[in-house]
Design a binder for this molecule. Structure first.
Ligand SMILES: [Zn+2]
Length: 253
């Protein structure tokens, strides 16, 4: 467990130091970008790592997606630059809808979400979904698309069966330690559909109301693995092996 490669399949990073810590601790980040500026900033950080540091293998795994909270900016036109970036990355996301923390009208959110799905379909990219409080509506939208879907931080007691039957993957984060809905999902989802996530340092700080450093990322993911292994009655090593395989399948490694 100590040395095995772990994928943090959904995270956000702000600085180079955090990306370096990821690779130093043998955690591979799949970094979410919410717009072209952020994509360019993060890509430039990877160029620096390649120039300055001597890690074995540093491949940037980035996703790009218009978050529901930004959807109002794109309601008339999502712009060519979004499509150009989608061509270069393995994943579209996080995209979806939010009925809890976001006050953009649902019609605008849905319109922009559907445009992202069309681009994902056009370039055959897997999609990371943000479903907060909009689980049923999202399910009704995605059920007609033939794509790989990764449902991020699913915390709803309903529709688990529907998302599983649709073939979705699920990123599981430290909320599994405290949230019964997440624990229920871990027990029910096929083992070949589970992935790990932190959702970034800020999400960890929000969840546990304390400060986190980049070096806390690996122990946080290991704690999630331990919990999954207890819930599934499998060894931690077996769980890690499966999660690594699932991650690499989606990233086409
Ligand atoms: Zn996120």
């Amino acid at each position: 467990m100590e040395n095995r490669k772990i994928y943090d399949f959904h995270t956000h990073v702000k600085n180079l130091e955090t990306i370096e810590k990821y690779y130093e601790s043998n955690v591979i980040p799949v970094i979410n970008c919410q717009n072209a500026d952020e994509f360019n900033r993060i890509s430039a950080m990877f160029e620096k790592i390649k120039d300055n540091r001597d890690f074995d293998e540093v491949i940037p795994f980035l996703s790009i997606g218009i978050h529901p909270q930004d959807s109002w900016k794109y309601k008339n036109d999502i712009g060519n630059i979004y499509e150009e970036i989608i061509k270069q990355v393995p994943l579209v996301g996080e995209v979806g809808m939010d009925g809890c923390w976001c006050d953009v009208s649902f019609d605008v959110q849905e319109k922009v979400f559907r445009k992202s799905l069309e681009l994902a379909q056009k370039y055959n990219k897997a999609v990371i979904l943000h479903t907060k409080s909009m689980e049923k509506r999202i399910y009704d939208i995605i059920k007609d698309y033939d794509l790989d879907f990764i449902v991020h931080w699913y915390s709803c007691k309903d529709y688990i069966k529907e998302f599983i039957e649709k073939g979705c993957y699920f990123t599981i984060g430290p909320a599994v330690l405290i949230d019964d809905n997440v624990r229920d999902l871990v027990k029910r989802a096929p083992i070949d559909r589970l992935l790990l996530e932190t959702d970034g340092i800020e999400a960890l700080e929000w969840l546990f109301e304390k400060n986190y450093r980049p070096e806390d990322i690996r122990p946080s993911l290991q704690a999630v693995c331990e919990e999954i292994s207890l819930l599934r009655n499998m060894s931690e090593d077996e769980i890690l092996q499966n999660l690594q395989k699932n991650s690499e399948r989606l990233l086409k490694i």
